[in-house]
Write a protein that binds this ligand. Structure first.
Ligand SMILES: [Fe+2]
Ligand SMILES: [Fe+2]
Length: 420
């Protein structure tokens, strides 16, 4: 029988220093860098002295414990505490967390290193979660919250790194990486739309879980290396409803954001979507966000049967669908989030050079930071040069989007990220 304990119970979480950790306490989260702590699962009853020793030796300084599931600590030892019910913060006492090192802004180059690790671990965690869901086991929402926390921190440090890396997917990991990518896009968009912190995290969880129903879709259809037949597409169309039922059985409330996005991320503004054919504002803002993030990640990702579209070309195409498929106002905010020329886009500059967008600039959506690598006029490669098109006095500008295929470029990501 499927348990709903992860969502149904009230929890009392306390942040304590590792020196105050004792056997018998229930750990729910390690503070600091997730990628460096010694355990994969972050929620467990601390009963093994070896585990306590590993934590003390790991460099982790603080952890969150749940005193409703294990031994408590004296209130003086907790630097922060909060009460949670069904995943929502009900009350919070003690000092509010200040931005620590893990939230200091970082360069694209530095954040790509972190983002790579976070994506790798998140993908594996999602694979496990889908497998649990497929077998009817309880899905560990603590793991989902942990993934969302790490993605959120990465986006705060650098808004583009993780999102641009998450487009790169291997065929066998598509569904899991897609869930992680949509979670990241949802959180970046929620920030642009000025959601509060709880709202941003809810949008992230919803993104992570939006395709949970795919866990029970026939694998031969889900992983088919080609276009689906009408019959197969009919079967796949059941995944929002199936996902909704699975979420309910996990104790996730019917009126939650997660449920809404899961059920309605394939609805379209003109009523031509599924499963309910909702029209316009019958679709919630969260579901409208879900639809945009879902399509953007799907069309920009490589699949076994088709190469992903260039990100800037994708934005242009989606703009033309705005109004019929997407809410134009939400879409505008999405463009502000990823850029008119998102990281990874191939563009031609006014001097006739080809360049790849490697970072958004603070100043202008139209003038990102690019790496020039080819002279069209001279028909030959040039030594790569990085240029911030928004820099005062810069006389280069983007004149058009380019299709990497037209230039025989299959390794745009190498040009963009500098390595395989
Ligand atoms: Fe979907
Ligand atoms: Fe999806």
């Amino acid at each position: 029988m499927v348990s709903s304990q992860h969502w149904g119970e009230r929890k009392l979480l306390k942040k304590i220093r590792v020196e105050d950790l004792r056997l018998g306490m229930y750990i729910t989260e390690f503070c600091g860098s997730w990628v460096e702590h010694p355990f994969w699962r972050t929620r467990f009853l601390l009963s093994n002295p070896k585990d306590l020793k590993s934590i003390l030796n790991s460099g982790i300084e603080e952890v969150w414990i749940d005193s409703s599931r294990g031994d408590d600590v004296s209130s003086a030892a907790a630097s922060e505490s909060m009460e949670l019910f069904q995943g929502r913060v009900e009350s919070r006492v003690g000092k509010v967390a200040v931005a620590g090192d893990h939230l200091q802004s970082s360069t694209m180059e530095d954040e790509l290193v972190q983002a790579r690790k976070i994506l790798h671990l998140s993908k594996n965690a999602m694979a496990e979660m889908f497998s649990d869901a497929r077998m009817g086991n309880t899905v560990d929402m603590g793991v989902a919250c942990n993934i969302v926390e790490q993605i959120s921190n990465s986006i705060v440090r650098n808004p583009c790194a993780l999102i641009s890396l998450s487009r790169l997917k291997q065929a066998d990991e598509y569904t899991y990486m897609h869930s992680v990518a949509v979670a990241a896009l949802m959180m970046a968009l929620a920030r642009e739309l000025k959601f509060d912190e709880v709202g941003v995290k809810e949008a992230g969880i919803a993104g992570l879980m939006h395709d949970l129903g795919k866990a029970v879709m026939p694998l031969d259809i889900l992983n088919k290396p080609g276009k689906l037949t009408e019959h197969e597409f009919g079967i796949m169309k059941a995944h929002p409803g199936q996902g909704g039922e699975m979420l309910l059985s996990q104790g996730i409330p019917a009126d939650s954001v997660t449920m809404d996005v899961c059920l309605h991320h394939h609805e379209k503004m003109d009523g031509s979507g599924y499963p309910h054919g909702l029209i316009g504002d019958q679709i919630s803002t969260l579901a409208k966000m879900g639809a945009i993030c879902d399509v953007y990640d799907a069309i920009t990702s490589d699949r076994p049967y088709k190469d992903g579209w260039d990100p800037a070309v994708s934005i242009q195409k989606m703009m033309s669908w705005s109004g019929s498929h997407f809410d134009p106002v939400v879409f505008q905010s999405f463009v502000k989030t990823v850029g008119i020329y998102p990281v990874g886009s191939l563009v031609r500059l006014s001097s006739g050079k080809l360049a790849i967008v490697i970072e958004q600039s603070e100043g202008s959506l139209l003038r990102p930071i690019v790496r020039m690598f080819y002279s069209v006029n001279r028909a030959r490669k040039i030594s790569p040069v990085v240029m911030d098109l928004s820099r005062p006095g810069c006389d280069e500008s983007i004149v058009q989007r380019e299709n990497p295929k037209d230039w025989g470029l299959s390794d745009v990501h190498v040009l963009c990220f500098g390595e395989e």
